[in-house]
Design a protein around this ligand. Structure first.
Ligand SMILES: [Zn+2]
Ligand SMILES: [Zn+2]
Length: 353
C-alpha cells in the first residue's frame, strides 16, 4: 500500500530563530552539569497540505494534518542499521527475501530506516521538536517525514548511544544550522561524547575545519543517569545494556518510555518504568534475541513484566514481516489483553505530556 506524501508547501519562517545559550568549549562542561536549555523561539508551520490517513490504532496516522495544540511522537525510523530492504537481499541470486521484496515498494510498512523518534509538543511560538538519535540514514528519513509533517526546526537531539545508526547523521544537521537555525543542542552521555570526539572530531573541535567550510554547529550537553530538562520537558534516562558491558540509554518523558537498543534491563531501571502509558521497545527479530538486542519473545516477556497500557515495538530487522507479526500481536489482545503493535516509519501517535 503506497503512502502518499504531502504535496504542499509550508509557509516561510516569520518568527525569530533560535537564541541558544552557547557553550564556548564543550570540553569545559562539568561532569555534574544539570542541563536546562532555555526556551527558544522557533518557527511554527501553520499549514501542511496533508496526505491520506493510514490508521492502525485510534488517532495514529501517517502524514496527518498538524494539530498545533497536540503533543505527539513521530517514528522517524524503526529499522536496523543496514536499513530494510537490505541491498544484499535484493541482489541475492539464490534466494528471494519476502520482507525485503515488499519493502522495496514506497510506503510499504516493512521499509525501515535507522531507529529514531521525534517528540513534539506545543509552546507559544510553535511546536518544539526534540529528536532522539540521528543515525546514518537521518537525511533520508528527514527528507520523507519533515516536509510531510511540516517540521522545520530541530530544537534538540538526545542520544541513546554512539553506534553509527544513532549518531551517523550528526553531520547532516549542517543543513539546519546553516539554513534554519544557528545551532542544535545535543544531549549525550559522556562516554558517547568521547566516541563523537573521534567520529565527528571536526564538528567538536572546529579548529580542524577548512576556513569557510560550514559544518554542523552543535552544542554538546553532557547528561548523567538522572532526569534533565530539554525546553522544559523532563527526560529521565533509562539505563539499559546493549550487549555485554555496553550501556545505552532509553528515555522516559511524561508516561512514555522509549528503549530502542537493549539486550538486558538492570533491576534498578524497572522502577523508572512504572505506570507507563506507552512503551516503545526494541524487538529485533521474531525468533530469538541477539547479543545486543531483544528478540520478540524476550520483548514480550518484558511487556508482561512492565505492564504498560500500550506497547509499540521498534528496531525491527528484515525477518520481521509487518503484516504477519502484526496479526500475531493482535491475537495477544484477545488472549491476554495486551495492546502491542509494530511501529513503522512515519507513524504519528498523539500523546499527553
Ligand atoms: Zn531481506
Ligand atoms: Zn546500537
Amino acid at each position: 500500500m503506497a503512502v502518499p506524501l504531502a504535496l504542499g508547501f509550508v509557509r516561510p519562517v516569520t518568527t525569530p530563530l533560535l537564541r541558544l545559550t552557547r557553550f564556548a568549549n564543550p570540553f569545559l562542561l562539568s561532569r555534574n552539569h544539570q542541563i536546562s536549555a532555555s526556551r527558544n523561539a522557533s518557527s511554527a508551520f501553520n499549514r501542511i497540505i496533508q496526505a491520506s490517513l493510514h490508521s492502525s490504532s485510534a488517532g495514529d496516522s501517517v502524514g496527518a494534518k498538524e494539530n498545533v495544540g497536540q503533543s505527539e511522537i513521530i517514528f522517524i525510523g524503526t529499522g536496523t542499521s543496514e536499513g530494510i530492504p537490505r541491498v544484499s537481499c535484493l541482489t541475492n541470486p539464490d534466494k528471494t527475501c519476502p520482507v525485503c521484496s515488499k519493502a522495496v515498494e514506497p510506503g510499504n510498512k516493512n521499509r525501515r530506516l535507522n531507529t529514531s523518534l521525534l517528540v513534539r509538543f506545543p509552546r507559544p511560538s510553535g511546536k518544539c521538536n526534540i529528536l532522539i538519535d540521528a543515525g546514518k540514514f537521518f537525511y533520508h528519513s528527514a527528507l520523507t517525514w519533515f516536509p510531510a509533517y511540516g517540521i522545520r526546526t530541530i530544537d534538540a537531539v538526545i542520544i541513546t548511544h554512539s553506534h553509527a545508526d544513532a549518531i551517523g547523521g550528526l553531520d547532516d544537521l549542517r543543513d539546519w544550522t546553516n539554513n534554519v537555525q544557528p545551532s542544535v543542542p545535543i544531549y549525550t552521555a559522556e562516554r558517547d561524547f568521547e566516541v563523537m570526539k573521534k567520529t565527528h572530531y571536526y564538528i567538536i573541535d572546529t579548529s580542524d575545519v577548512t576556513p569557510g567550510a560550514a559544518v554542523s554547529d552543535l552544542q554538546f550537553n553532557i547528561i548523567q543517569e538522572k532526569p534533565f530538562l530539554v525546553h522544559d520537558l523532563q527526560f529521565t534516562p533509562l539505563p539499559v545494556w546493549h550487549g555485554r558491558g555496553y550501556r545505552s540509554l532509553g528515555f522516559r518523558f511524561g508516561n512514555i518510555c522509549y528503549i530502542s537498543d537493549v539486550s538486558d534491563i538492570p533491576e534498578d531501571t524497572y522502577p523508572l518504568l512504572e505506570n507507563c502509558e506507552i512503551l516503545i521497545m526494541d524487538a529485533l527479530r521474531p525468533d530469538r534475541s541477539s547479543a545486543t538486542h531483544f528478540g520478540l519473545p524476550r520483548a514480550l516477556e518484558e511487556v508482561r513484566k512492565i505492564q504498560p497500557k500500550r506497547t509499540l515495538f521498534t528496531g525491527m530487522m528484515h525477518l520481521m514481516d509487518h503484516e504477519k507479526i502484526s496479526e500475531d500481536l493482535m491475537k495477544l489482545k484477545e488472549t491476554e489483553g495486551l495492546d502491542i503493535q509494530l511501529s513503522y516509519d512515519g507513524l504519528r501517535v498523539p500523546i499527553s505530556l
